[in-house]
Design a protein around this ligand. Structure first.
Ligand SMILES: Cc1cc2nc3c(=O)[nH]c(=O)nc-3n(C[C@H](O)[C@H](O)[C@H](O)COP(=O)(O)OP(=O)(O)OC[C@H]3O[C@@H](n4cnc5c(N)ncnc54)[C@H](O)[C@@H]3O)c2cc1C
Length: 489
């Protein structure tokens, strides 16, 4: 084998996955088609769960230091925004951070951990057998071939890995498109005085300003068609009555609502993550966030398999857990986009305004806000098991651990499981290097096993009597078999 894992694509998903694998001592090589980073940012936001997972690895501060937080975020462009500040998290806000910066910070971390990133390497095809995957492509020195135990396609919506692995990508073609433009010159006074206009305006780094528009006149133009400066300027005038003095465009792009979900996130030794597995309109900014969370789910499982202690069937839990999340995201973005699309169709404008008014009033109900904010922030993502304790599968808020001190996130900084309970020393000995322990308490639980991705694997409630055999079985189901000699009954 040339390496343990090849990742195709050094976007946010591939970079985070690379760091997760390297953290567990796995040899990983990322192949990236581009010769260098282009510096353009599609996404501008990180939502609460993404910040939490960065916190789980002790690196959230790097991202927080570079961005700006806002407590609310829009859903379907409704007037009333989702309030993230009421969610049970230390990070109840959206972080404005340009995708290019997020990628730079992830790459910095990946390199610190020794991940090999090869720019200018385009993956073209793959073949797999029982023992590994052969990856072929074109690099700076011509054709290359690499053999690895596993290949992960993090190569975006047009994923070559997905195509080459023969994984279906069912869904719907786009029915509408929007345009974005990043401009070096805008009339800031005019923007400040504009009031409510149907144009999304966001300041970017380097003095640039992003404008996003969806026009009734232009929304049926296919997303693949290039945007011209004149078209963008005319659309601004159509929507806002002014072009806001735009000049010196740095990037013009069109994006649409084609929505597709990979029918399987795994085919043998090949996995898909991020946009390679799901594409949709960027409604409420969920694509990059979902990709990071895919990577966080897959990394430790793949590492466990390569390091030889994964329980049977663990790799299949990746599709089982993340595909339903992909369904939720592609579903809610379609619902949001339909509302946006109908707003622009003249015959529907009045009834859609009524529908929007109704939805705004529903969002005033705290439970409705909590439901949608939980969905968009991904804090409500749960990998629940039927008939299990309702806590199992949910994500653990980053609570302080009493009375010993520290927080939940401290336990999993190095990518291990975390155990909280009275039997810490014994658990540490039996699952050496796989579980970090705290002789402590997590709220009113007698014991808790936390997965490396911050979800609950097992709990013993205060009123449940200790049962060493049950506990060993529960821990073994996730963290693999213990070192026998170390287990006491
Ligand atoms: C206008 C717009 C705004 C958005 N805003 C948000 C937002 O606010 N929040 C949010 O969460 N999401 C947002 N998104 C979505 C977000 O940008 C994507 O979901 C995110 O980039 C996906 O990351 P990824 O790493 O999975 O894929 P990508 O970012 O697409 O990265 C894939 C990488 O693979 C490389 N690659 C492709 N093919 C090959 C190959 N054959 N061999 C080697 N390398 C290859 C590519 O060059 C690229 O670097 C937005 C999208 C758009 C269009």
């Amino acid at each position: 084998m040339d390496t343990d894992v090849v990742i195709s694509g050094a976007g946010p998903t591939g970079l985070l996955l690379g760091t997760e694998l390297a953290l567990a001592g796995v040899r990983v090589r990322i192949l990236e088609r581009q010769k260098r980073r282009h510096g353009q940012s599609r996404a501008l936001t990180l939502h609460p769960r993404s910040i939490e997972i960065l916190e789980l690895r002790g690196i959230a501060d790097r991202f927080l230091a570079q961005g700006r937080t806002v407590p609310s975020w829009h859903f379907a462009g409704l007037s009333r925004e989702l309030d993230f500040s009421v969610l049970d998290t230390r990070h109840g806000y959206t972080l404005f951070l340009e995708q290019a910066r997020t990628e730079e910070l992830l790459e910095e971390r990946a390199r610190e951990l020794g991940v090999e990133i090869s720019y200018g390497h385009e993956v073209g095809s793959l073949t797999q057998d029982e023992d590994g995957v052969e990856v072929a492509g074109i690099g700076p020195d011509g054709d290359f071939r690499l053999r690895a135990a596993y290949l992960v396609g993090c190569d975006g919506g047009r994923s070559k890995v997905r195509e080459s692995a023969g994984i279906g990508f069912p869904g719907s073609d786009g029915t509408m498109s929007s345009m974005l433009g990043d401009f070096a010159v805008v009339d800031r006074e005019e923007i400040a005085a504009a009031g409510r206009v149907p144009v999304l305006i966001a300041p970017l780094s380097g003095g640039l300003t992003r404008l996003v528009v969806t026009s009734p006149e232009r929304m049926r133009v296919p997303a693949t068609e290039p945007v011209t400066f004149d078209e963008f300027r005319a659309t601004l005038v159509e929507l806002a009555g002014t072009s806001f003095g735009i000049a010196e465009p740095r990037w013009l792009s069109r994006f649409g609502n084609a929505t597709r979900l990979a029918e399987n996130y795994r085919s043998g030794r090949v996995f898909l993550a991020g946009d390679a597995a799901h594409v949709h309109f960027p409604a409420a900014g969920q694509g990059l966030n979902t990709g990071l969370q895919d990577a966080m789910n897959l990394g430790w499982k793949l590492a466990a398999e390569i390091n030889g202690w994964a329980p049977p069937g663990m790799l299949d839990t990746y599709h089982a857990e993340r595909y339903p999340v992909g369904r939720l995201v592609t579903g809610n973005t379609q619902a949001q986009t339909l509302l946006l699309e109908l707003t622009l169709v003249p015959d529907y404008q009045r009834p859609v305004a009524a529908l929007r008014g109704l939805m705004d009033s529903l969002l005033e109900i705290p439970e409705v806000n909590a439901r949608l904010a939980g969905l968009v922030s991904a804090l409500s993502t749960s990998y629940a098991v039927p008939d299990g304790d309702p806590l199992v599968g949910t994500r653990v808020p980053d609570r302080p651990l009493g009375p010993g001190g520290g927080r939940v996130s401290d336990l999993v900084h190095s990518g291990t499981f975390g155990y909280v309970g009275d039997d810490a020393a014994q658990i540490a000995e039996a699952w050496k290097g796989r579980i970090t322990v705290a002789d402590s308490r997590l709220e009113n639980l007698s014991e808790a096993l936390i997965r490396p991705d911050g979800h609950i694997a097992w709990v013993r409630r205060e009123n449940d009597p200790p049962d060493a055999a049950l506990r060993e079985a529960a821990i073994t189901a996730w963290a693999g078999a213990p070192e026998r000699a170390a287990v006491r009954r």
